[in-house]
Ligand binder design. Structure first.
Ligand SMILES: NC(=O)c1ccc[n+]([C@@H]2O[C@H](COP(=O)([O-])OP(=O)(O)OC[C@H]3O[C@@H](n4cnc5c(N)ncnc54)[C@H](O)[C@@H]3O)[C@@H](O)[C@H]2O)c1
Ligand SMILES: O=P(O)(O)OC[C@@H](O)[C@@H](O)[C@H](O)[C@H](O)CO
Length: 398
């Protein structure tokens, strides 16, 4: 008689687009039972009532489908005790909830880690967000005294290992009638830091690329894919384009994207010693990917949360500030930042309303300090103050 291997278990926070379409899909195909945790009750009910859903990859050469099953779903707002138990015995905990939500999921993960039975190896915790060091941010919240008793922090490595990651796959907003099914691009890249697993084994997730130095991967991804994407979306929004594809059909917007990406290429190649030709090819691939007509990716989704996207370490101000300090050209990124400041009061986007309020009420210096986290002694500072002044003056003229 053959003994079947016990199923591996992963808890994934955020059963949204990238969660269902990419992370859970890879975990499923690697043999994990996936427990989704989300605050959206309707989504939880749908997942629990439907035994499978379909992931549809869209490419110029047609579509490919795969079926995802062997999952359950837990409402993280109302079923905390069950969720803690699932986390305590999970092999992997992942999340794709948005960088600003990490602090809200930290308390329950902390409880689960703290209750991990002593005979189990450490679980792997991997945040899959568009942010540099997102898992470190999550780990810092988990280790706060209100979440983990301070005497338990030192031994936490016996119960959990925290690995940063860079995750890349375009998953647009889904059709309202798509149910749980997810349409996404064929391309994917999921790079994870291997170094936290020294003395233990990294989890077996097919398709993950394990590296010893994640920094060049995450900076190249965020400052190329996401800088280019945001540039197309913000210019596109301000010129009334509806999708990123439409925006890129406009030659002048495509030039803006290339200008911003030539700025970030200078930073990435110099800072990380990446070959210029390799970076050129990478940029061309990104321009092709974001121009995919099948994705129908709205400029509102890609531009969403402008306060996050204009923050100090994100895809616009992050590379622009570094370039300015090095004496490099960041004019293309600054053009995109100006368009981001104009992304105000967009229906369904809370941050864009908050941005509108800040722009209406605060002085330019206050805006730059509060929104972009820049200080007057930084080289980029006066350029952003000028941009804010211009946007505010234009709003008064309207
Ligand atoms: N969509 C993409 O192309 C893509 C690609 C790479 C990375 N990402 C990143 O993945 C993250 C999620 O993006 P998305 O496009 O899947 O967004 P999404 O809105 O489709 O999914 C987010 C999910 O998180 C859930 N959520 C919110 N608060 C929660 C909480 N407190 N606890 C549990 N769940 C909670 C929401 O209900 C939603 O289901 C973001 O950081 C994004 O930058 C997205
Ligand atoms: O998810 P955001 O809001 O950080 O950025 C919007 C898009 O640029 C992003 O979701 C991309 O589709 C994704 O990062 C591609 O890998």
């Amino acid at each position: 008689m053959t003994q079947s291997m016990p199923t591996k278990k992963a808890v994934h926070f955020g059963a949204g687009n990238i969660g269902r379409g990419f992370v859970a899909c890879f975990l499923h195909h690697s043999g994990y039972e996936v427990i989704f945790a989300d605050v959206n009750g309707d989504l939880i009910d749908k997942l629990n009532s439907q035994p499978s859903y379909t992931v549809i990859e869209l490419g110029s050469d047609g579509t490919t489908e795969s079926t995802i099953s062997n999952y359950r779903a837990i409402n993280s707002r109302t079923q905390e005790a069950e969720l803690v138990q699932e986390i305590a015995t999970a092999d992997v905990v992942t999340c794709s909830v948005g960088p600003n939500i990490l602090k809200f999921i930290a308390p329950v993960i902390a409880k689960g880690i703290d209750q991990r039975p002593g005979d189990l190896p450490p679980m792997a915790v991997i945040a899959c967000e568009n942010a540099i060091g997102a898992t470190d941010t999550l780990a810092d919240f988990i280790k706060e005294p209100q979440n983990t008793p301070s005497e338990r922090v030192e031994s936490m490595g016996d119960r959990a290992r925290f690995a940063n990651s860079a995750i890349d796959r375009i998953v647009p907003a889904q059709d309202p009638d798509a149910g749980l099914n997810v349409k996404l691009e064929k391309f994917y890249e999921w790079v994870v830091d291997r170094t936290p697993f020294k003395g233990s084994s990294p989890p077996d997730i097919k398709g993950v690329q394990w590296v010893d130095n994640l920094q060049p991967y995450i900076e190249r991804k965020l400052y190329t894919v996401n800088t280019g994407h945001a540039t197309a979306a913000y210019h596109g929004y301000n010129r009334r384009k509806s999708t990123v594809y439409d925006a890129l059909q406009d030659r002048s917007i495509q030039e803006e994207v290339r200008k911003a990406l030539s700025n970030t290429a200078e930073l990435i190649t110099q800072k990380h010693g990446i070959d210029e030709e390799d970076q050129k090819e990478y940029v061309e691939k990104i321009v092709r990917r974001i121009s995919n007509p099948h994705l129908e990716d709205s400029v509102e989704r890609v531009g969403r949360a402008p306060l996050r996207k204009l923050s100090r370490k994100d895809r616009l101000i992050g590379p622009a500030a570094e370039l300015a300090e090095r004496g490099g050209d960041c004019s293309g990124i600054l053009d995109a930042a100006e368009m981001a400041f104009r992304f105000q009061n967009v229906e369904g986007d809370e941050e864009s309303f908050e941005l509108g309020k800040i722009m209406a009420e605060k002085k330019p210096d206050e805006v730059v300090q509060e929104v972009c986290g820049l200080q007057p002694n930084e080289k980029l500072y006066p350029k952003l103050v000028d941009i804010v002044k211009r946007v505010q003056a234009d709003s008064q003229d309207e």
